[in-house]
Design a protein around this ligand. Structure first.
Ligand code: EPU
Length: 423
């Protein structure tokens, strides 16, 4: 297993380009199940999660090739409607195949994802939503078995706004007979892009980008092409890399990104004292010498993203004063905290609230990645820690950050990938 060796304290500045959004690609790829044909998905990042989705879709008979950032998908020969446990256990987003399979083929067998690294992550809303569209769904031996002749439009209210459930139910509803209304739909940019992709494929969807989606089912859809939006979480993580550099930092410029998708983070970064300039597809951040302590509470979009919570805690560990970081989306997502404390941070967690008492400096140590965003926070801390930080199990980071060490090197960081010890 690879590890990162980071010699902290190197000044960060320069320009890098942001890649395509992992969580948009993971929705766009299964959406292609809905109509036979050839699709081109441009700006698809090269990531482990994309490879996992590719392997899963190939087991169903799809033909997929990736040339740099262009993914070509041929869905003409789908011959299996099953997502086996061996793939779903690696990546929960595999459940996205449920909606399109049941919509187009009237049957699907999808393994239940089970828990994740930081606790339970239910899929009840996916199942209830697709049941409301008329599918018969049983849970048997760890699998969701769904059957339907043709789905029928229905009114669906999500008690909790869910990215995955909105995407899945929307993909099921586009081929249903009649109209589906989804209330309290997710409004994340990745869901907006999925909606736009479905419309390009021939779906009829009103209210895109709002909490109320109205979908008029169509009889048939067709293949198309799309350019994936930029990854707002990758963008945000690099902004925090610039901000955490504090007085050893210079200006960093991120290109091929969308500042409009990062409103909440940009405000918080300005609150800590960083200077931010934005253009249509770029952001520049100049850090302040001192990092002010600023509280954050995660929320659904356009609130502060849960996927940026771990990185904010790393930043706040070096702030002047005490900050409170509350995660209202995932109550248990704090596995990075004990690892950050190994670097000298002073963080305590009670229920879903972290209290971060800012300290003067972090000191390098060996730390362990536990999940994707936790790993990102450890790398950020390592960039400014005194001495050497080893981040073990970086396969987590390879799930969602394309060439992270190369991009950090381009900004001046001293980070390298090495073969790590086995566990
Ligand atoms: N929820 C339910 N029941 C469900 C589904 C969700 O109660 O059936 C709850 C969850 O427990 C959570 C809330 O609803 O409290 C929101 O979860 P959501 O369904 O929106 O999350 P997701 O679709 O499983 C996506 C991203 C995550 C990101 C969340 C929240 C993808 C592939 N994943 O997950 O990304 O944290 O939205 O924004 O889009 C990551 O990239 O590191 C990552 C974990």
């Amino acid at each position: 297993m690879d590890k990162f060796i980071i010699n902290g304290g190197k000044s960060l500045s320069g320009t890098i380009a942001i890649g395509g959004a992992k969580n948009a690609s993971l929705a766009l790829m299964p959406a292609t199940i809905l109509a036979g044909g050839t699709y081109h998905l441009y700006n698809t990042p090269q990531l482990r999660d994309i490879n996992t989705m590719t392997t899963l879709l190939e087991t169903m008979g799809m033909n997929i090739s990736q040339q740099d950032q262009s993914l070509t998908i041929d869905t003409k020969n789908i011959n299996s409607y099953e997502a086996p446990y061996e793939h779903v256990k690696k990546m929960r987003a595999s459940i996205y195949v449920l909606g399109p399979l049941i919509a187009r083929f009237g049957e699907a067998k999808v393994s239940l994802p089970g828990g994740c690294a930081w606790g339970p992550r239910p899929v009840n809303l996916h199942i209830e939503g697709i049941r409301k569209l008329g599918a018969e769904i049983e849970i048997e031996a760890g699998y969701i078995i769904a059957k339907a002749k043709r789905l029928k439009g229905a009114r669906i209210l999500f008690d909790v706004s869910s990215v995955g459930a909105t995407g899945n139910v929307m993909m099921a509803a586009v081929l249903a007979k009649g109209t589906t209304i989804i209330e309290n739909a997710a409004q994340e940019p990745e869901i907006v892009q999925l909606s736009e992709f479905l419309v390009k494929m021939g779906a009829k969807i009103d209210g895109i980008g709002t909490g109320r989606l109205e979908i008029e089912g169509v009889d048939e859809m067709h293949s198309t092409d799309i350019t994936t939006i930029s990854d707002r979480i990758e963008t945000g993580t690099f902004l925090i890399a610039g901000a955490i550099a504090g007085k050893i930092g210079g200006k960093i410029r991120l290109e091929k990104c969308n500042p409009n998708h990062l409103g909440a983070l940009i405000v918080k970064l300005q609150d800590i004292g960083a200077e931010i300039k934005t253009g249509d597809d770029w952001i520049e951040l100049t850090p302040s010498e001192k990092i002010k302590a600023v509280n954050v509470t995660t929320a659904i979009y356009p609130g502060y993203p849960t996927d940026m919570q771990a990185q904010w805690i790393a930043l706040m560990s070096l702030a002047e004063g005490t900050s409170i970081v509350t995660d209202t989306v995932y109550f248990d997502r704090f596995t990075h905290v004990p690892e950050l404390n190994r670097l000298g941070a002073n963080i305590t967690v009670k229920e879903n609230i972290a209290t971060v008492i800012g300290i003067k400096k972090l000191i390098g140590a060996k730390v362990m990645s536990t999940d994707l965003r936790a790993s990102a926070s450890l790398i950020l801390a390592g960039l400014v820690a005194e001495g050497t930080t080893e981040v073990l199990r970086v396969y987590h980071i390879d799930r969602g950050y394309e060439s992270v060490e190369k991009k950090l090197q381009a900004l001046g960081a001293n980070i390298s990938r090495e073969q790590g010890e086995e566990f």
